[in-house]
Design a protein around this ligand. Structure first.
Ligand SMILES: *[C@@H]1O[C@H](CO)[C@@H](O)[C@H](O)[C@H]1NC(C)=O
Ligand SMILES: *[C@@H]1O[C@H](CO)[C@@H](O)[C@H](O)[C@H]1NC(C)=O
Ligand SMILES: *[C@@H]1O[C@H](CO)[C@@H](O)[C@H](O)[C@H]1NC(C)=O
Length: 354
């Protein structure tokens, strides 16, 4: 608390920061004109959701792993007005999964700081940023400011008050395993909604092969390691579904992609967000035909998630299935039985929780 207060005092005395904040406040107010608040939010006024006004923002988390459709989901959230997007805040942990121990404690602590717009004690994260700008570049409002005022960009005395202007705080992480999020779900004051996004490991692994940072990293390119995580996450998901029926949901990337419009509507409702015209426009322009490169979300949304069926060699599919059978079955995916079957079958079956 003391830290936040002293930050406020500091930025109050910095006219450049004051100017940027005033401008941004106005931009947000304009974007939010006529916005219909979700009935579950029980708010009538924007101020109720704004930290700098003493309100509590709407906090939504996506938890997943690399190449599981989260770029697409993140872009959907980003199309919603008034959104501050914490894009993979655990980037500075490297190409690894965070499962337990001191590292897990540190990771959850960092997420809490960011969800509270408290950039104090985030030195490692902020030092990592300037040489890895994608830490911020997906956060479109922040990045716009960074481009025009690069001297402010990585400074807590700017970031904390800037973040505190936004009524919607969205965050996605691809490094944190699901069981570590329990204390965030339990925190009534944070009031998070958490979406666990899962994808067929055959599709995930196929997609990861195209990333130069992945090969040689066990947490990234080893099928057995990935599928062990998917099994543990499944067990956690069955517990969370009962324990947090309002605030936790697990969904498969393929199910969203096969029925983008309706599924997105449903997920936004879960997140207590409006199916805003900007999001509908985003969906219309991004889910039609293939355009753009490998990391583009301009794609045929029905074909993209099962493209691995055509791209992977049968031997590779066999190798993955050999260690992933249990994970595949739990998450409702079908096994390919031979090369011919692989090229024509429907890999996505029914997902049943118990
Ligand atoms: C909604 O807000 C009003 C006024 O702040 C409060 O009295 C009421 O208990 C809230 N309702 C719920 C369901 O939280
Ligand atoms: C989460 O799961 C890991 C195994 O992946 C385990 O070592 C760790 O203790 C668990 N942590 C919590 C908080 O449940
Ligand atoms: C989407 O939802 C609408 C309205 O609820 C329904 O009529 C339509 O059949 C749904 N489409 C699909 C593909 O599920």
């Amino acid at each position: 608390m003391f830290v936040i207060l002293s930050l406020f005092l500091f930025y109050k005395t910095n006219p450049k920061i004051d100017g940027v904040l005033a401008e941004q406040r106005e931009v947000i107010e304009n974007h939010m004109k006529g916005y219909v608040f979700h009935s579950k939010l029980n708010v009538s006024n924007l101020k109720d959701l704004v930290l700098e006004e003493g309100g509590q923002p709407v906090r939504n988390l996506i938890v997943t792993t690399w190449r599981s459709g989260s770029t697409f989901m993140g872009d959907i959230l980003l199309s919603h007005p008034g959104t501050y997007y914490h894009y993979e805040p655990l980037l500075d942990f490297g190409i690894k999964q965070i499962r337990h121990g001191e590292e897990a404690a540190q990771a959850v602590r960092n997420l809490r700081h960011l969800l509270d717009c408290d950039y104090s004690e985030m030195e490692h994260y902020l030092r990592y940023g300037p040489s890895h700008p994608w830490l911020f570049s997906h956060n479109k409002f922040l990045w716009g400011r960074c481009k025009t005022s690069s001297d402010l960009c990585w400074k807590p005395e700017f970031l904390s008050p800037f973040c505190s202007l936004f009524p919607f705080q969205s965050l996605k992480t691809v490094r944190l395993r699901l069981n570590l999020t329990e204390e965030l779900l339990e925190d009534k004051k944070l009031g998070v909604r958490l979406l666990y996004l899962v994808r067929d490991p055959r599709g995930t692994l196929q997609s990861r092969r195209h990333r130069e940072w992945c090969p040689g990293k066990k947490d990234c390119d080893d099928p057995e390691t990935l599928c062990e995580d998917l099994i543990r996450d499944y067990i956690t998901a069955t517990v969370f579904r009962r324990k947090f029926p309002e605030s936790f949901r697990a969904v498969r990337y393929e199910d969203i992609s096969f029925n983008v419009f309706n599924e997105t509507k449903e997920l936004l409702d879960f997140f207590r967000l409006d199916f805003h015209p900007d999001i509908q426009k985003f969906l219309q322009t991004h889910t039609g035909r293939n355009k753009g490169g490998v990391s583009s979300t301009f794609r045929d949304s029905k074909a993209a998630p099962v493209h691995w069926q055509k791209d992977l060699a049968w031997e590779e599919v066999q190798r993955i299935q050999g260690v992933c059978e249990k994970a595949l079955r739990l998450w409702g995916y079908e096994l390919a039985e031979g090369e011919e079957h692989l090229r024509s079958f429907r890999p996505v079956g029914r997902l049943e929780f118990f």
